[in-house]
Design a protein around this ligand. Structure first.
Ligand SMILES: Nc1ncnc2c1ncn2[C@@H]1O[C@H](COP(=O)(O)OP(=O)(O)OP(=O)(O)O)[C@@H](O)[C@H]1O
Ligand SMILES: [Mg+2]
Length: 237
């Protein structure tokens, strides 16, 4: 399976989704970050970084060679990527799925409508385009259709809209930003961080670190269950 995670707009959670949702569940996948600035690639193990302009040919090669691939299209590279996709028109069709994450604020929904229209103009079939509703507060779980109505009304003929594809807003994602650790790894972490934090012999910075790890360890199983459900829905739609 070859997956592109894209949105013309930034801060939708593309890198978070590649790092925590896709990469741990697709262990054989090559991970490519399209990003001119050094963001994201340093927190995803074995990811390679390309820019979408003069290294686009390398991406076409990787698409030809790999069976399993995840590409994170950084918003800074979106315009170059679209330009290149017009030049290498059929390259987009090598992807099995394009995941478009979106958050609920009106500007984000507006930008996401533009993104879907752009994908549609590249003749990508509706079935390949999946909206992923991100940063949804847990107490709003049943109200995704209302929260994102502006977007859903505009794109339902151009993309698959499945209101089960919801990633909840959890602090753990911010807490792990910049670190290589994933929710999946932390959910399996057996370290007794509580005891370490209570050890009077450790330094104050180490205690703060241990307490943070303890928090992440407590939060990871819930986040992981959410991600497991999303991944199942994504690949069986
Ligand atoms: N479900 C979530 N809950 C809480 N915070 C989240 C969630 N998803 C993403 N975030 C946070 O939102 C911010 C933006 O996420 P991320 O860096 O993944 O966006 P992006 O789409 O890759 O942005 P860019 O286009 O600039 O690369 C990060 O601080 C991340 O930790
Ligand atoms: Mg990113």
């Amino acid at each position: 399976m070859k997956i592109l995670v894209a949105n013309l707009s930034g801060n939708m959670g593309k890198t978070t989704i590649v790092k925590h949702l896709l990469s741990p569940r697709m262990p054989d996948a090559r991970i490519v970050i399209l990003e001119s600035i050094n963001a994201g690639s340093d927190e995803i193990r074995s990811a390679i970084r390309l820019n979408a302009d003069d290294e686009f040919g390398s991406l076409v090669d990787i698409l030809a060679i790999e069976d399993e691939l995840v590409v994170d299209l950084g918003s800074s590279e979106s315009k170059d990527m679209i330009r290149k996709l017009k030049e290498y028109e059929s390259a987009i069709h090598d992807f099995d799925l394009v995941i478009v994450p979106v958050v609920a604020d009106p500007k984000a929904q507006e930008d996401t409508i533009s993104t879907i229209m752009t994908l549609n103009a590249l003749n990508l079939p509706k079935e390949k385009i999946r909206i992923l509703f991100n940063k949804v507060p847990v107490h709003m779980a049943g109200k995704v259709g209302i929260l994102f109505s502006q977007l859903i009304d505009a794109v339902q003929d151009m993309a698959v809209v499945d209101t089960n594809l919801v990633i909840f807003q959890f602090e753990i994602y911010n807490s792990l930003k910049g670190s290589m650790s994933t929710v999946t790894e932390l959910a399996g972490d057996q370290t007794d961080w509580k005891s370490i934090a209570r050890n009077s012999a450790i330094s104050e910075p180490d205690r703060i670190d241990a307490l943070q790890n303890n928090r992440n360890q407590k939060a990871a199983p819930t986040a992981m269950r959410n991600l497991d459900n999303v991944f199942d829905s994504l690949i069986c739609v």
